[in-house]
Design a protein around this ligand. Structure first.
Ligand SMILES: Cc1cc2nc3c(=O)[nH]c(=O)nc-3n(C[C@H](O)[C@H](O)[C@H](O)COP(=O)(O)OP(=O)(O)OC[C@H]3O[C@@H](n4cnc5c(N)ncnc54)[C@H](O)[C@@H]3O)c2cc1C
Length: 470
């Protein structure tokens, strides 16, 4: 281990979209920083792998839509090409024996979700109620309840009987898109955008170096990694909430912060891209989208990049992902193809290749799509983590005021954390007016310490950062 201590004003731990976005803002603000990332690549839960053709495809975060302003603007600024994620044609539901149309079932299930979002997350009467218990007590028909629960298990990737209703409501209210979230993906991959942001950091980015411990004082942090020691005035810990618990803190985190970090559980998800010779489902008038009620938590849709890349992407979330993880990759692949063949026809059983990525128990992400609060009593956990401690700010997509759990949320959370770090540097405290002028120039002011982050449209706040800089 090197004896040399590397010093900077701010250390960012983690180079997912949160860490990369924090670093981007620090760079614009002229703050000296280092980003330390455990993996040999940037992107975190955004990751590209090779398909059978040796071409890169997104095995993690991939989709976005027009209602997500930061990621949309960033993708444009870095010259990425959008592929359409929505395809014309009939949606299918499995089992196909469900009475009525898919649209009708979707409408009835969406109305349950809408009703849930009208609840007050602070209402004491729902404090100990799980999403499943609440849904089953609704007056809606069984199939609509089941479709609602399937949607929630598929998106939150947790068993709905263990998911607090108040958490779902407080989280879902911040996911405000009106156009479908699968509207676009990037032909170059989302990972390529993370790589562009990482490349701009040059030697400030340290890859393949896991942070193990954080020693923290009121205005100083010392960070130990596998390879060395770093010192700074402030640290932004840009890892998912569950992963913050794997770090050692000296002195230990205050009890309430410790409890807050313990309230979260990683989601469980497996994503598979199934490539075909041609998009045969379109010949039958199908869009490729299949919403499975059996098993719950399974969803498939057309992910063809163009006519030469016909593909269906499959997502298995929650209990199903856990079951398939235990069964092993080969068994999961067989089950995926069986399910697709039942819905789309026998041609679905004969793909060119299947590229699977199991995110359950991922060593550096914990899981996916995102962590959720599973402790019914931990109503303040998110606010406490956002406040952090004097020299450490916790940031991740999960803690974002808008689009928590999404890439959009990661960008907003990273930039907000960097703003907090900028005003806490010694230089900023010595000359607050200058620090505020810098923040205004790059967009917006940080919340007052202890404030809840305001609900705001990120575009107004961060627009100046969505440009590619030399
Ligand atoms: C399968 C899957 C599909 C998804 N699909 C979408 C989608 O289509 N659209 C969308 O918007 N979102 C999607 N998401 C969610 C989205 O990818 C995440 O919300 C977002 O990327 C999280 O970014 P982050 O920076 O907060 O966390 P992460 O991406 O998890 O980044 C944290 C980083 O910290 C690093 N790290 C952890 N511990 C340490 C340590 N001790 N020392 C140093 N580094 C450490 C990790 O290696 C990682 O790089 C998906 C996620 C998954 C898993």
């Amino acid at each position: 281990m090197s004896a040399r201590i590397v010093r900077s004003q701010v250390i960012v731990v983690g180079a997912g979209f949160t860490g990369l976005s924090a670093a981007q803002l620090l760079r614009h603000a002229g703050v000296d920083f280092i980003v330390i990332e455990a993996r040999e690549r940037v992107g975190g839960r955004v990751e590209a792998v090779e398909n059978g053709l040796g071409e890169r495809i997104d095995a993690g975060g991939q989709y976005f839509c027009d209602d997500m302003p930061e990621i949309s603007a960033l993708a444009d600024a870095y010259g990425k090409t959008r592929a359409d994620g929505l395809f014309a044609g009939r949606w299918l539901i499995e089992p196909g024996t469900i009475v009525g149309t898919v649209e009708d079932l979707y409408r009835r299930s969406a109305s349950i979700r809408h009703r849930a979002n009208e609840l007050d997350p602070d209402d004491p009467s729902i404090e100990n109620v799980s999403v499943r218990a609440w849904a089953e007590a609704q007056p809606d028909a069984y199939d609509a309840q089941w479709a609602f629960l399937g949607t929630i298990e598929g998106l939150w990737c947790q068993p709905t009987d263990l998911l607090p209703l108040w958490y779902l409501v407080s989280n879902d209210r911040r996911i405000t898109n009106e156009v479908p979230e699968l509207q676009y993906f990037l032909k170059e991959t989302m990972q390529s955008l993370a790589e562009d942001l990482g490349r701009e950091l040059g030697p400030r980015l340290r890859l393949g170096e896991a942070v193990r411990s954080i020693r923290h004082g009121p205005d100083k942090v010392s960070i130990r990694t596998d390879a060395g020691l770093y010192e700074a005035e402030h640290a932004i810990v840009a890892v998912p909430p569950v992963m913050t618990r794997r770090l050692m803190y000296d002195p230990p985190l205050p009890v309430e912060v410790c409890q807050a970090t313990s309230a979260w559980r990683s989601g469980k998800v497996i994503k598979a891209l199934v490539r075909y010779e041609k998009p045969f489902w379109r010949d039958k008038g199908f869009s490729g989208s299949v919403f499975f009620l059996d098993p719950l938590g399974l969803y498939a849709c057309d992910a063809s990049r163009d006519d030469d890349h016909a593909a269906i992407v499959v997502f298995a979330g929650g209990s199903l992902a856990e079951k398939w993880r235990k069964a092993g990759n080969e068994a999961a692949r067989t089950m995926i193809l069986e399910k697709l063949a039942t819905a789309l026809g026998p041609a679905a059983a004969a793909p060119l290749d299947v590229t699977m990525r199991d995110w359950t128990n991922d060593p550096w992400s914990g899981g996916g799509y995102f962590d959720t609060i599973m402790d019914f009593s931990a109503k303040d956990a998110e606010a406490i983590m956002r406040r952090g401690i004097p020299s450490v700010t916790f940031a991740s997509s999960e803690l974002s005021p808008s689009y928590p759990g999404y890439i959009e949320g990661a960008i907003v959370a990273g930039r907000a954390a960097a703003q907090q770090a900028v005003v806490q540097t010694r230089a900023a405290r010595a000359d607050p007016d200058k620090a505020l002028a810098i923040l205004e120039r790059i967009g917006g002011l940080p919340p007052e310490p202890g404030d809840e982050m305001p609900e705001r449209t990120a575009r107004q706040v961060f627009a100046p950062l969505n440009t590619k800089t030399p």
